[in-house]
Design a protein around this ligand. Structure first.
Ligand code: HEC
Ligand code: HEC
Length: 506
C-alpha cells in the first residue's frame, strides 16, 4: 500500500513506516525506535515565504538535505522511473554507477575540499545514462557523457550573472522584433551581454527569429550556467534533476503531489520547501578567494602570472571579473522550466544579499552598490577542438534543450544538432583546488588542461606555450592561488608555512 510521506509542518517531526524494516513507535508517539529516515523534518514552502522559517533555519535544513544519506524510508530509489523521470521497466538494478541511482548523498560526490565542493575522478557522472531504459552497464561514450564533479562555491553569484545576461540578450531580441515589425524589414542586432559577444540576431517582420548568427548560447538566449555543457538554468532545476537522478528522491514540484511515479512505495518525498532549502544552501556557499603562497619567490611569481594570464589572452574567455547590477539573489529563478517552482507560484520570492548574507568570503560590493564576481568565465560555450587537436571533443551525445521556445514555430531554421564539442568556459576561481581537470576530470595538472586548448583558443594557447618557461610557470602559480577557502576567512589568505597548502583550505 502507498503511504503519503511525512506531512509537512515547518519544523515539526513526522513519521513514516516501511514494511519489513525494524522500527517501532515508542510510548511517546513522536519517537521512533529502530530504522528511521535520514530526513524526518520536511519544510513548508509557505512558512519560508512568510519568514516564519528564517533564512538561517532554511540554510541549516538545506545543508542537512545536501549531506543526508537517504534510505528507503526517505523514498530513496526509483524502481519504476529513469533518472530523467520517465517510466522505467521493472526489475533493473537499484544502484548502478552508470545509470544511477549511483549514490546516497549529494555530498558523496560534492566533497572536495568540503561539502558543496567538487569531486575526484571516482565521483564522475555518466550524464544522460540516467535516461536509459533498460539501464546501461557500459561507460562507453556511445551511451553517456562522462563528467567530473564540479564545486558549487560561488554558484549563487553565477546563477545571478546568467540571469542578468539572459535579460540583456532577450531585451536585444525584443528590440529587434519591434524594429522589424515597424519597419517591415528584417532587423539584425549584435548580441552582447556584460561585454561578452554572442554573435548577432536577426528577427523577421513576422516575428520569427533567424538564429544563424547566434554563437555560444542556445537559440532561446537563456544563458544556462550549470553543467559544463551549459544545459541547466538554475540551482533549483539542477537539484530537482539530481535528487531524482542520483538518489531516486522525487520532489513534489517535479513529480506531483500524492503520486508515486518511481514505485518505491513513498509519495511526496521532497517538499517544495525542501528544494528551496537545498537550493539556498548551495546559493549561499561562500565565494572562492585567494590563497597566496607564504614563500616570497612563489608569491611574486603568482603576481606576475596574473599579468601574463591577461596579456597572453586567456582573459578573452576566462574573464577576471564581471559586475552584477543587482546583488540580491532571488529564489525562484524566472527562467525556470515547467516542473520547477517559478516566481508566479510564490507569494513572495526568498531573497538574500550576496555581499552580506551567508558564510564569508562573499562577493565584494562596489561603491555604487553592485557586486563583483571574479569567476574567470564568460558563461559562453566554446569549441576547443580543431583538425590538430580533438581532446576536448571526446563526447558523442548532444545535451540540452530550449526553455519554452518551440523550434518549429519560432525560428526560420529547424533546431540544429547541438555541437557536442562546445563547453562553457570553465570557471577558474577554484582552479587551485578543483583537480583533476577538464570536463571528464582526466587531466592531473593545469598544464595539461592548457595544452589541450585548441580551436577557438588555438592562438592564445600557442602564445602561452611560446612564452619563456618562467612565465608559463608563473601563470600556473597564479592559477593555484585561486581557491575555495574555509568558511569565515577573508577573501585573501596567506598560506601557513608549516602546513601543506591543502590543509589551509578545508
Ligand atoms: C555521483 C556523483 C554526484 C552526486 C551524487 C551529485 N552530483 Fe552534482 N554534479 C556531479 C557532476 C559530475 C557534475 C558536473 C556535471 C556536468 O558538468 O555535466 C555535477 C554538477 C552539479 C551542479 C552544477 C554545478 C555547475 O557549476 O555546473 C549542481 C548544482 C549539482 N551538481 C547539485 C547536486 C545536488 C543538489 C546533488 C544531490 C541531490 C548532487 N549534485 C549530487 C556529480 C554528482
Ligand atoms: C576560447 C576560449 C578560451 C581561451 C582563450 C582559454 N580558455 Fe581555458 N577553458 C576554456 C573552456 C571552454 C574550458 C573547458 C574545457 C573542458 O573541460 O571542456 C577551459 C578550461 C580551462 C582549464 C581547466 C580548468 C579545470 O578546472 O578543469 C584551465 C586550467 C584553463 N582553461 C586555463 C586557460 C589558460 C591558462 C588560458 C590562456 C593560456 C586559457 N585557458 C584560454 C576556454 C578558453
Amino acid at each position: 500500500m502507498r503511504r503519503t510521506g511525512r506531512v509537512v509542518v515547518g519544523l515539526a517531526v513526522l513519521v513514516g513506516g516501511y514494511s519489513g524494516l525494524s522500527r517501532l513507535k515508542a510510548a511517546d508517539d513522536n519517537v521512533v525506535i529502530g530504522e528511521r529516515p535520514a530526513i524526518e523534518v520536511h519544510l513548508d514552502q509557505a512558512r519560508i515565504e512568510t519568514g516564519e522559517v528564517s533564512l538561517k533555519d532554511c540554510l541549516r535544513r538545506g545543508r542537512i538535505l545536501f549531506e543526508a544519506v537517504f534510505n528507503k524510508l526517505d523514498g530513496q530509489g526509483r524502481p519504476l522511473s529513469t533518472g530523467g523521470g520517465a517510466p522505467r521497466l521493472a526489475g533493473q538494478p537499484a544502484f548502478l554507477r552508470t545509470s544511477g541511482a549511483d549514490s546516497n548523498s549529494c555530498a558523496g560526490c560534492h566533497a572536495q575540499p568540503r561539502t558543496g565542493g567538487g569531486g575526484d575522478f571516482v565521483a564522475n557522472v555518466f550524464v544522460l545514462a540516467q535516461n536509459r531504459d533498460p539501464v546501461t552497464f557500459s561507460v562507453a561514450g556511445a551511451f553517456s557523457n562522462e563528467r567530473n564533479t564540479l564545486a558549487m562555491m560561488g554558484a549563487g553569484p553565477i546563477e545571478m550573472l546568467a540571469r542578468e545576461m539572459t535579460g540583456d540578450l532577450i531585451a536585444i531580441r525584443e528590440a529587434a522584433r519591434a524594429q522589424a515589425r515597424t519597419t517591415g524589414v528584417p532587423a539584425t542586432r549584435p548580441l552582447s551581454a556584460k561585454g561578452v559577444s554572442f554573435g548577432s540576431i536577426t528577427v523577421l517582420p513576422s516575428g520569427k527569429v533567424d538564429p544563424s548568427g547566434i554563437i555560444g548560447v542556445d537559440w532561446d538566449l537563456i544563458v544556462k550556467p550549470f553543467h559544463q555543457k551549459g544545459a541547466v538554468v538554475s540551482l533549483r532545476e539542477f537539484s530537482n534533476n539530481a535528487m531524482n537522478h542520483h538518489h531516486g528522491m522525487q520532489s513534489v514540484e517535479r513529480f506531483g503531489k500524492d503520486t508515486d511515479p518511481d514505485g518505491d512505495g513513498l509519495m511526496n518525498e521532497l517538499t517544495v520547501g525542501d528544494i528551496t532549502a537545498v537550493t539556498l544552501f548551495q546559493a549561499t556557499l561562500n565565494t572562492p578567494g585567494r590563497l597566496l603562497p607564504a614563500n616570497r619567490a612563489r608569491r611574486e611569481a603568482a603576481e606576475r602570472g596574473e599579468q601574463v594570464f591577461s596579456t597572453v589572452g586567456c582573459v578573452t574567455c576566462h574573464r577576471p571579473s564581471m559586475v552584477l547590477n543587482n546583488r540580491v539573489f532571488t529564489e525562484p529563478n524566472p527562467y525556470n522550466q515547467a516542473g520547477n517552482l517559478r516566481p508566479e507560484d510564490v507569494s513572495r520570492p526568498v531573497t538574500f544579499d550576496l555581499t552580506r548574507d551567508g558564510p564569508e568570503p562573499r562577493l565584494e560590493r562596489t561603491r555604487d552598490g553592485r557586486a563583483i564576481v571574479r569567476a574567470f568565465t564568460d558563461l559562453k560555450r566554446h569549441d576547443l577542438t580543431d583538425a590538430d587537436e580533438g581532446f576536448f571533443g571526446n563526447e558523442q551525445l548532444a545535451q540540452g534543450r530550449l526553455n519554452g521556445f518551440d523550434p518549429d514555430s519560432n525560428f526560420v531554421l529547424p533546431a540544429p544538432p547541438r555541437p557536442v564539442a562546445q563547453f562553457l568556459t570553465r570557471k577558474l576561481w577554484d582552479a587551485g583546488n578543483s583537480a583533476p581537470y577538464g570536463h571528464r576530470g582526466d587531466l592531473t595538472t593545469l598544464t595539461e588542461a592548457i595544452h589541450y586548448h585548441a580551436g577557438e583558443a588555438r592562438a592564445v594557447r600557442d602564445a602561452y606555450f611560446g612564452l619563456r618557461a618562467e612565465d608559463q610557470a608563473a601563470v600556473i602559480e597564479f592559477l593555484k592561488t585561486l581557491q575555495i577557502l574555509p568558511d569565515g576567512s577573508p577573501l585573501v589568505v596567506v598560506e601557513d608555512e608549516d602546513r601543506e597548502p591543502h590543509e589551509d583550505r578545508r
